[in-house]
Design a protein around this ligand. Sequence first.
Ligand code: S3P
Length: 439
Amino acid sequence: MSSGKTIDWIASKGAPLRGELAVPGDKSVSHRAIMLASLADGVSQVEGFLEGEDARATEAIFRRMGVRIDAPKAGSRIIHGIGIDGLRAPDGPLDCGNAGTGMRLLAGLLAGQSFDTTLVGDASLSKRPMRRVTAPLARMGARIDTGEGGVPPLRIHGGSALQGIDIETEVASAQVKSALLLAGLYARGTTTVREPHPTRDYTERMLQALGWPIEFSPGFARLEGGHRLLARDIAVPADFSSAAFFIVAATLVPGSDVRLQRVGMNPRRTGLLHVLRLMGADIEETPAGEQGGEPVSDLRVRHAPLRGIEVPVAHVADMIDEFPALFVAAACAQGTTTVRGAAELRVKESDRIATMATGLRALGARVDETPDGATIHGDSQLRGGSIDSHGDHRIAMSFAVAAQLSDGGVRIGDIANVATSFPGFDALARQAGFGLREG
Ligand code: S3P
C-alpha cells in the first residue's frame, strides 16, 4: 500500500452469506477515546480500538504532542493522560490522513492550546470544507487560517482567549458540534450548541463518562470551561457503519443468514435499520447490554426482497455514512427509491451522490442525481464493469456488495483507503461468502 501504485479489487458473485461476523471497533468512538483519554488525569485503557488508518493518524498526532500511548496488542491502547493543559507543541505539521473527524475535532481542541499548530491531510481531505468549523470557532475567539477556499491545511494560532458561545449550527454535523464543545473545554464561560437535526453524541457521552460536567439531549449540548477529565477505561463497540455492508449484502443475496455480534446501536447511527425495514428487510435485533456506555445488539439478517421507498428525511442524519450501501440496496429493490435532504453526501470522502450514481450506472442501474439526493430506479439486474471508488472507503465496500448481485465481475479501482475505517474487510467478506480478491 505504500508503493504509490493503486490496488484494485475484483469482486464477483459469491455464496449466500453465512456465519457469525465480528466487525471492528467504531471509528468515531476510537478518535474520541484517543483525544479525551490523552487530556485526562491518569491512565486509561481502551479496548476495541479501531486499528484503522484514520484513528491511528489521531493517535500519532497525540504522541507527537507528548502523550505516551502504549499498544500492548491489536485493538488495545494504554493512554497515559497528561491533563487538560498538558499537551506540548509538536515539532511540525500534524497529519490527519484521510480523516475529516480527526481534523475537524482537532481544530476545536487545538484552538484552545497555548501553542501554534498546523493540520494537514491527504488529497481527499485537502478538498473538504473546513469553514463549517473555523467560522463558528472564530466567533469563540479562535484564530485559524485555512487554505484558499476554506480547505486544509489549517493553521491554528495558539494563545487565543476563547469565550463560550450559544450557537445554532448551520449543518447537522457531529464533527462541527464536537469541535465547538472541545474548544468549549478551554473557553471562559458556557458553550451551548444547538443543531438543526440531532447528530451522534459520542463526544458528549465520553466527556460525561470522564467526569466533565455536561448537559445534553438530542440536538442540544452545553458545557463550561475550567474543569478536568479523569482517566477511565473505554470499551469501543463494533462500528455500525462497518456492519452496514454485511446487513445490506445479507438482505440482498438470496439464501443469506448472518449474525453480527455486539454492534453499537447508538440511535443517532442506526437510521439504516429503520429504512431497510421500511423496504421489507428481515433484521432481528437482540439487545446485548452496553459497551463503553453505548447500547449494543446482536443482529441476525436474512435475505428478504426489498421494495423502493421515499427515504424519510428525518432519518438522513442518522444514516449519513450508510447511503452508499443504501444506494446498492435501492438499485436491487423492486420499484423506485428517492433520497432527499442529503446534500452533505457531496462533501464526504468523495461526492458520494455522484460516485454512487456513476458507478451504479456503469453496472446497468438507472440513477438520476438531484442536488441533495437521487432517484434510484430499482429492479436492476446488475452487470459486470469497472468502478472508480475515488479513493473513498465506503464507495469501494459498497461496490463489493453490489458485485455479489451482478452477472459479471466488477473491478473496483483504488481501494487502499478501505483501511481507513475497515482494515480486514476483504478477509471478513470472503469468510462471509463474498467473491472478492485483489486484482
Ligand atoms: C462523524 C460525523 C459524521 C460522519 C463521520 C464521522 C463523527 O460527519 O459522516 O463519518 O465521528 O463525528 P459529519 O459531522 O460531517 O456529518
